[in-house]
Ligand binder design. Sequence first.
Ligand code: NAD
Length: 100
Amino acid sequence: MNGQNFLVTGGAGFIGSHRVDALLEAGQAVTVLDDLSVGKMRNVTHHLNHPNFHFVKGSILDKKLVTQLIDDSGSGVRTGLQVPDNNLFGRGLTSDYSVV
Ligand SMILES: NC(=O)c1ccc[n+]([C@@H]2O[C@H](COP(=O)([O-])OP(=O)(O)OC[C@H]3O[C@@H](n4cnc5c(N)ncnc54)[C@H](O)[C@@H]3O)[C@@H](O)[C@H]2O)c1
């Protein structure tokens, strides 16, 4: 999974934040999208100065935002989104787990 950017939705939550820890430890770049409805910033504050970490407050229900984050990530993005057809917004992206 070298060279990929990971979009971790719900990354400020229990499971998502551990996923973020593991990805950064593995040298991956991570963007967290979380609306903080349940999750806490304190779960990710230790990464705020990490060069490969980016936090966006917002909802996965915001298709425009999610699409922008995917497009900004460039090639190789993987997501934590649960998508029924495993083909996020027709962009041929894969989801490997669900966090919300
Ligand atoms: N914790 C467990 O042991 C466990 C076990 C099995 C399944 N699950 C499932 O895994 C999922 C995550 O569990 P968790 O314990 O990490 O929960 P959590 O509540 O700690 O994390 C969920 C995160 O998603 C965020 N979120 C919610 N709605 C959002 C939205 N619309 N847009 C962006 N972010 C949003 C919340 O703010 C939170 O940070 C849940 O669906 C849960 O049912 C959890």
